[in-house]
Design a protein around this ligand. Structure first.
Ligand code: NAD
Length: 349
């Protein structure tokens, strides 16, 4: 099978992960990197591909059929639209953009070009999430009632040496919570409305260090999320799911989904329910059983690239389309809006 020729624009922290995964992929072939830094040039040398300071020159010369856009959020829309105009399908890192207007621009350009744009919510490609989605879709939880999510951990002091991380938009709502909201949407569907409170009381930066969120889903379920990057706590998907080697893995749950018939915890993949072979359950006096599924491990970034090639080849439908990424951004920006205004925000209004 011929490999999809791809380029990576932005060879920073996450761009490097995409480059490494592309080098060992059997579905994509790295043909170029675009990033003006000397570090990127060195990475390209090591990978044996050309490095361009200007991504437009790269698009014209390397003519990739797919591009991974891993540059700062504010640049996502311009770069993604230029890639589409050059005939390349795109994976754009999350968030799809930093404004709804730019998110819509990407969706419209993808539609107009007839080329897919996938958004890099890589957790959807984790085998744990695949199994979780199958469990929820099987109906074993019954009617969805609630989703309770924790995204709490401690970012080290030097993380905040970078100026933008201390200012609005650089905090845990847009950087971390967006991933959890995306998982909640992936399992429970669209969010109808959002209420929230945010605080910067511990670090005292312009940006929030902690927020609590209440959500109403269109399926009727309610959800809550606590996010904090100043809490010495392990209850966080990234610490529990083992997706990135840089985090020591904790054997914890961070997501709890409950329905009228059963409950699901993640990332430990435990299903709690009353067993019918123990007689008809009346409720809390009866014994609950727990069944845990162990899944094979798999790198979500590698799987995302494989899926990208399969989508471009017309073999698979996008797991996270531009519109999906846009809806996740809309819900996440609504958290900041609700916290600032102290008013509920209705989505799509
Ligand atoms: N999915 C994930 O797990 C994950 C993790 C981290 C970051 N991200 C997202 O990835 C994106 C990049 O984040 P990062 O932490 O890697 O940032 P970073 O600052 O480490 O890297 C960004 C790179 O983009 C380059 N760049 C900037 N403008 C450019 C341009 N016009 N053309 C070419 N290169 C350009 C910079 O030189 C830099 O090397 C952000 O959108 C972020 O939200 C996603």
């Amino acid at each position: 099978m011929s490999k999809l020729p791809i380029a990576v624009i932005g060879a920073g922290l996450i761009g490097r992960t995409h480059i490494e995964r592309a080098m060992t992929s059997d579905r994509v072939r790295l043909v170029a990197i675009a990033d003006p830094t000397p570090v990127a040039a060195e990475l390209a040398r090591a990978a044996g591909v050309p490095c361009h300071a200007d991504y437009r020159a790269m698009l014209a010369e390397a003519k990739p059929q797919g591009v991974v856009v891993a540059t700062p959020n504010v640049t996502h829309a311009d770069i993604t639209v230029a890639c589409l105009a050059a005939g390349a399908a795109v994976i754009v890192e999350k968030p799809i953009a930093d404004t709804l207007e730019d998110g819509r621009r990407i969706c419209a350009a993808s539609e107009a070009a007839g080329l897919p744009v996938l958004v890099g919510h890589q957790r959807r490609h984790n085998p744990i999430m695949r199994k979780a989605r199958a469990i929820v879709a099987s109906g074993v939880l019954g009617r969805p009632v609630s989703a309770t999510v924790l995204c709490t951990w401690l970012k080290p002091r030097d993380y905040f040496d970078v100026g933008w991380r201390r200012r609005q938009g650089g905090g845990p709502i847009l950087i971390n919570l967006i991933h959890d909201i995306d998982l909640m949407r992936h399992l429970y569907g669209e969010i109808e409305s959002v209420q929230a409170m945010a605080s910067n009381a511990v670090r005292g930066f312009e940006v929030e260090d902690t927020a609590v969120v209440a959500l109403r889903f269109r399926n009727g379920a309610l959800g809550t999320v606590t996010v904090s990057d100043t809490a010495a706590a392990p209850w966080n998907w990234d610490l529990g799911a083992g997706e990135a080697e840089r985090f020591p893995r904790q054997d914890i749950n961070a997501h709890f989904y409950s329905g009228t018939e059963g409950s699901l915890t993640l990332p430990r993949l435990e299903v709690w329910r009353y067993r019918s072979d123990q007689g008809p359950a009346q409720g809390w006096h009866d014994p609950l059983t727990m069944e845990r599924t162990a899944v094979h491990t798999g790198c979500p970034y590698a799987e995302q690239l494989r899926h990208f090639a399969a989508v471009v080849a017309g073999e698979e439908a996008p797991v996270c389309s531009a519109l999906d990424g846009y809806r996740t951004l809309e819900a996440t920006l609504a958290v900041t809006q609700a916290a600032t205004s102290a008013q509920p925000v209705t989505l799509g209004a």
